[in-house]
Design a protein around this ligand. Sequence first.
Ligand SMILES: Cc1ncc(COP(=O)(O)O)c(C=O)c1O
Length: 392
Amino acid sequence: MSGLLSGARTAVNPLRQLTIHQLRQRTSLKWREYPDDVLPLWVAEMDVPLAEPVALAITDAVARGDTGYTAGTAYPQAVAEFAARRWGWDGLAVERTALVPDVMHGVVEALRLVTDPGDAVVVNCPVYPPFYESVAHAERRIVEAPLGEDLRIDLDALGDAFRRARAGGRPAAYLLCSPHNPTGVMHSAAELTAVAELAQRHGVRVVADEIHAPVVAGGARFVPYLSVPGAENGLSLMSASKGWNLAGLRGGLLVAGPAAAGDLARVPFGVSVGTSHLGVIAHTAAFRDGGEWLDAVLTGLDDNRRLLTALLAEHLPAVRYQPGQATYLAWLDCRALGLGDDPASVFLDRGRVALNSGLAFGTGGVGHVRLNLATAPELIIEAVHRMASAVG
Ligand SMILES: Cc1ncc(COP(=O)(O)O)c(C=O)c1O
C-alpha cells in the first residue's frame, strides 16, 4: 500500500496537511454531526486548509471592514476567465449572470423562472438528495429518469421522463447534475449535445447544476452545458463551493445562455443582494487565483480514487465501485454484502464510520453508500478497515 501513498510531489497535497486532531476541532457539519469515535466521510466538505489566496482575500476584506452588501461583476468575470482557461469555453457572458446566495437557492430561483407551481422537474436518480427537497420547496414535482446500469444518462429514460413531464402541454424543467453527484460521472460533449437536442424536441428547459465542475480527475476536461449546440436557452449554476471548500462562505452564480437572458432579467433584486459579500470575495479569489491550489487537490484526489479502488479490492471485494472522472465522491454498490437496504446504518453502528445512505438519493440508491474521498489517505484506509470490520 505504501507505494500508493508516496508519489513524488512538487506541490503540497492539501488533503495531507491536517491531522485528525486538527479536524476534530472543526465546528462544521461534517465534524460535528457524529460523536468523536465516528470517522466522518459523509457530507461534501473537504478536509483541507483554506487555499491561501482565498484566506488572504477574506482577511484583507475583514481588515478593511469591507462587510457590506455585495456589488460588482468581479465574481462572474473570474468564473468566465476560469472557464476560458480550464474548459476552453469563452461563452460565459458576464452580462448574462446573476449572483445567487448559493447553488441550491439558485436552483430554486432558476426553476421558478422557467416553470410554474405544480409543474414537473426531471432528475436523474440516484442524485443529490436536496434536489428532491428543493423541488418540493419550490412547489414543483419530481419526475425521475433513472441513470443507466453504467451510471450514465439513459437517453431513452430521459425522453420518456420528458414526455411524462410535459403531459397536458405544461412547462417542465430538467435539473441536470453535471458532473453527477453521487456517481462522479462526467457527462461527455456528445451526451450533453444529445440532452440539449432531446430537451429542445420536448420543449423542456434545462437547469444545469455545475457546482462540481472544477473537481475533475487527471486528464479529464469538464464540458459546460451551455457550451454545447442546442443549449442556448439553458441555465447553469456555478460556484467555488466544492472546488475550494467554501460552503461556509456562501455564494453562487446563475448563468444564462443567450436565449435565456430574458428569464434572467426576472431574478428578483433581493436574491442577488442576498448573496454574502464575503462569500463573493472568497469565490472570486478562488476562481481567479486558486488554480495552483486546486491542481494540488486534484492530484491528491486522483491518488485517493486509486487508493480506494485498491483497498476495496483487498478488504471488501464484493463492493462495486466505478471511479468517476469528477467530484470527490465515491458511490459504492454494497448490495452483495447482504447488509440490507441501508448499509450506511450498519457501517455506522458496527464500524463507527459515517457515510451517506444511498436511500436519500432516490430510486437506485437502495444498498448503496456515498463515501467522501476529500480527506487524508490515512483516513480512507481507516474508513475501509472500519467498513470491513462491520461486515466481518
Ligand atoms: C450537486 C450539488 N449541488 C449543490 C450543492 C450545494 O451547494 P450550495 O451549498 O452552494 O447550495 C451540492 C453540495 O454538495 C451539490 O453536491
